[in-house]
Design a protein. Sequence first.
Length: 629
Amino acid sequence: MQKTFYTFFITILLFVYSSPTTFAQFTEVSLESGVLFQHESVHLQGGGGMFFDYNNDGWQDIYVAGGGGKDGLFHNNGDGSFTNVAEAAGLESIADFQTTGVISGDIDNDGFRDVFITTWHSQRNLLLHNNGDGTFTEIAEQAGVADIALSMASSFGDYNVDGYLDLYVGNYVEENGGYDEENGYQHNCYPNFFYVNNGDGTFEEVSDFYKINDNGCALSVAFTDYDNDADVDIYVANDFGEWIEPNAMYVNMYPTDFFSDLSTLTTLDVGLYAMGIAIGDYNEDGRFDYYITNLGRNRLIRGEGDFQFSDQAFQAGVDNTYSGVDPETGNSLFATSWGTAFFDYDNDTYLDLYVNNGHIPAVEIIKNAVEDPNKLYRNNQADGTFTDVSEEMGVANTDICRGVAVGDYDNDGDMDMLVVGILDITREYTSEYHVMLYRNDSPPANWLKVELEGVTNNKQGIGSRIEVSVDGRTFIREIDGGSSHLSHHSTVAHFGLGDYEMIDELKVRWLGGEEQIFTNIAANQLVSIKEGEMTAIEEQTADLLQLHSTPNPFQTITQIHYSLPKASSVLLEIYDMTGRLVHQLTENEQTAGSHTIDWQPSAKLASGVYFCRMTTDFGIASHRVVLGR
């Protein structure tokens, strides 16, 4: 195994932060940000969304599956607002399809993210090729991924480490067998699809050859390196698992070309009404743990080593079994969980856990709550337990929610959430059911973001493992290819760092085992790492614009500090959260170096969050400013 070491000290700070607190707050900003969208559910299970940068401008855009309506593609304007560009991007060509979930990956390594969409009602699935000019062309039939089933989940991963993303698709019920008390559910489900990328823009469906077609009713799948051997395995979460097929772990035996079903050996073959998968090392032991959502008790499956796992949901306080009481019988009602994610929402270094809940009609033995609030569990810092902070963090929404994706859409260093609430067309129409965009307004704390660019690996480094070590502790992340529930998290890895201002070591392990190691890295920056490149990180970040303000929050006046790597025209503007320009600070030619300008808002300007946006000849930077009168 080859290792490349770089040692350096970085002095650049993109933002200045103070010590973190244990409190944070999410603000639902879908209306003011322009993310106005409803997933029109035609079957109640669907509703996926994702964060991804479709035009390579450095800002996370949003895609949402439309169900019975049109899909939404929301361009990030870089000032806290979005514009739905679906029609201009060519998505009218798929308007007649009933879409369920969505993921993104660069299937041909041309530098632009393509989009795979699962569909309902026995329609073929969709593959949108990114043309690199802001438009997409639907190519599923030409690419060989247009098989017809009732598809739900999907995930990208390079199983054979050839540099091209392969695709696994989880399919659902083909024939409804109903329920009876003696035999339970007896549905027949479509076999899953496994598409191997041929490297020429086409795929070959080979699930039967590899014996990974799995006849369970899949609602979530994920490529993940569960055994830490630098290749991706496949985990499948099946609905009705107690009666039909339990969850499955297909272990990749690379470099030998086959998969081994180790579901039983690993004890990952839990039989649930499984809906979603979250992946993360919540207890910092270097092994990935898996949170599986369910109708009823969720599972927190902790990696124990030697291919073994144990369920710690009760002990950790994240089982989320019940949600209220039936007023007629007095019996507890089950919670129903769907999308989920491990992420450090408060940047205190510890992975927290978010869970989407949402009612679905069910038989009496699993009667579930209609009012079923979403859950955010804060990690209690290395004692193996979590605390429910949903109410105080502002995310305990009781809409019918399905998919969730996490990513930093405003580039302020903390992770935001896209929550897909569905419009159930079996109910009376209401505008309350809609996609929710939760902006993270956490108190300042240090952070690091890492973005990969593969060369011999796939372009986004999907499946790669990133380790950050500081003060004897190691945090790990895996670049996601699609998980949660029908959704896809940002592929920019995020690390909360708390009070740590420097990273001792950053290690990237690419698929196949190649490693790059960097040392002494400053916090509060986005680090871009190209596979095998000898350029030190401080040279990569030298051209980044620096922008911050002090004090922040402020009451009457704040100083905007910025630095230019070279002379440029500078336009410095202040926007509110609706994207409305409220003040222009300066527009002129400026020299390279550091600059400061005062902003004293008008007395008429209300307290709240504003964005300072700096436009130069070579890039745009944005910084969140909080006015509290």
